[in-house]
Design a protein around this ligand. Structure first.
Ligand code: DX5
Ligand code: ZN
Length: 226
């Protein structure tokens, strides 16, 4: 089964002084999700958004919110982000929590859940957790900052995830996040990713609609075997 491609611009690269205008710009570009990078200054050396920002976005747009928690204690904050309007809530395997339990809390609140792994984390470490997730996020940069180069070695992990999904008859999406451009989207989709996070290569372009169209075109070339 071919999974639909979803483009998820990361608000981290948007002009935060003009959030509404930025949301309208990506709505016009026809994106599928809005990616929100939450950082706590502990799990990663950077600080970004809290639940209020998610609530603000929720009021502005019907586009589903894909919230990526790069925080040390996701179990402590999951509820607040879901109440604020997260449609998919993704937590890191490497954070300090009982991952299985956190995923249960998220699902129990009727929210989709995702598991994220850093570039250096082996796919094998996910184990049976993948039986309970809607999404596996394979970080293609070390989390913390936008605008970093894509780590090509992660492609192998995506292929492993695809094989595991088939073997075990599972149904999770595979998301890539970090360094996605018109050059790196093709190899990512060819490896098996179908949810594409892109900050710099959408928001930092004058014409976001053209940028999204170009990303989709590159992905389609691969899907068509080109
Ligand atoms: C990194 C974040 C990414 C990042 C992607 O910690 O998780 O979502 O914003 O940004 P670009 O597309 O600029 O690499
Ligand atoms: Zn992210």
């Amino acid at each position: 089964m071919k999974r639909p491609l979803k483009i998820a611009p990361s608000m981290l690269a948007s002009d935060l002084g003009n959030v509404e205008k930025e949301v309208r710009r990506i709505e016009a570009a026809g994106v599928d999700l809005i990616h929100v990078d939450v950082m706590d200054g502990h799990f990663v050396p950077n600080l970004t958004f809290g639940p209020d920002f998610v609530a603000t976005l929720k009021k502005l747009t019907p586009i589903p919110l894909d919230v990526h928690l790069m925080i040390q204690q996701p179990d402590r904050y999951a509820r607040s982000f879901i109440e604020a309007g997260a449609d998919i809530l993704t937590v890191h395997l490497e954070a300090y929590h009982d991952v299985k339990r956190t995923l249960e809390i998220i699902r129990g609140m009727g929210c989709k859940c995702g598991l994220a792994i850093n570039p250096m984390t082996l796919f094998q470490n996910c184990g049976s957790l993948l039986k309970k997730v809607d999404l596996l996020l394979c970080m293609t940069v070390n989390p913390g900052f936008g605008g970093q180069p894509f780590i090509v070695e992660v492609l192998d992990k995506i292929r492993q995830a695809v094989a595991y999904r088939e073997q075990h008859n599972l149904n999770f999406d595979i998301e890539v996040d970090g360094g996605l451009t018109t050059d790196t989207i093709g190899p990512s989709v060819a490896a098996g990713a179908n949810v594409i996070v892109a900050g710099t290569s959408i928001f930092r372009k004058e014409d976001a609609t053209a940028a999204v169209k170009e990303l989709r075109a590159r992905a389609a070339e691969v899907s068509a075997g080109g």
